[in-house]
Design a protein around this ligand. Structure first.
Ligand SMILES: [Zn+2]
Length: 196
C-alpha cells in the first residue's frame, strides 16, 4: 500500500526517532508499504518519519542513479545493486573532506540544493531479520544513507544550507507545508490536515 508522504513542516520530521524491537507490530507489512511508497515516488531513500512514524527505520535503493552518465561503469554497477533496509542505525564515524552534492527530499518537493557532507561513514544497523551489521560506505551510497539517517535524527537537508540559502527558500518551504505545491505522489500537509 502506498502511504502518504509527510511534507515539510510536520513535527514528526523533527523528532529524534526511537529504536524498535523485532516485535514491532506488523513490521513486515510496514517495510513492504515503505518500499512501495518509495518506489511510487521514485525516491532513492525513505525514512519512517516521512510516513509519520518516529521510529528508526529507513530504506535506501540507489538504482535510479545507475542511469546517470556522471558515474563510471563500475560505480553504476554498484549503485544499480544497492538496496538495503536499515533498522536502529547509528552512524559510528564519518571522515574525509566534505563534498557537495545536489540533494532533494520527497518531503520537500521541488527544492534541490547543494549539501556538503563527509564522504566516508561507518554505520551499525540491523537488517530486516534483526541481524546486526557494521559496515563502511563511501561516495553516493554514503551520501544517501547520511540523508536518510538525518531523518531519523529529526534533521532535514535544508538545515544544512547557508543562512542566505535558507532565506531564499523560506517562502517555498512555507508553501510546501501549506500544500501549495504540485506533486505526483500522495502527500500529507501539516497545515492542511488533508490527504491528496
Ligand atoms: Zn529526505
Amino acid at each position: 500500500m502506498i502511504l502518504p508522504i509527510v511534507a515539510y513542516g510536520d513535527p514528526v520530521l523533527r523528532k529524534k526517532a526511537e529504536p524498535i524491537t523485532k516485535d514491532y507490530p506488523k513490521l513486515e507489512a510496514l517495510l513492504e508499504n515503505m518500499k512501495e511508497t518509495m518506489y511510487g515516488a521514485f525516491g532513492v531513500g525513505l525514512a519512517a518519519p516521512q510516513i509519520g512514524l518516529a521510529i528508526r527505520i529507513f530504506l535506501v535503493d540507489t538504482s535510479p542513479f545507475a542511469e546517470d552518465d556522471e558515474f563510471s561503469e563500475e560505480e553504476q554497477e554498484i549503485l544499480k545493486n544497492f538496496k538495503r533496509t536499515f533498522i536502529n542505525a547509528e552512524i559510528l564515524d564519518e571522515e574525509g573532506d566534505e563534498w557537495a552534492f545536489n540533494e532533494g527530499c520527497l518531503s520537500i518537493p521541488d527544492v534541490r540544493e547543494d549539501v556538503f557532507r563527509q564522504p566516508k561513514i561507518k554505520i551499525q544497523y540491523q537488517d530486516e531479520n534483526f541481524k546486526t551489521h557494521t559496515e563502511e560506505f563511501d561516495g553516493l551510497i554514503a551520501r544517501v544513507i547520511q540523508h536518510e539517517y538525518d531523518h531519523i535524527e529529526g534533521i532535514l537537508f535544508t538545515d544544512k544550507l547557508s543562512s542566505l540559502k535558507k532565506r531564499l527558500i523560506k517562502g517555498k518551504l512555507s508553501n510546501i507545508s501549506k500544500g501549495k505545491i504540485q506533486v505526483d505522489y500522495r502527500m500529507r500537509f501539516p497545515a492542511l490536515k488533508k490527504k491528496r
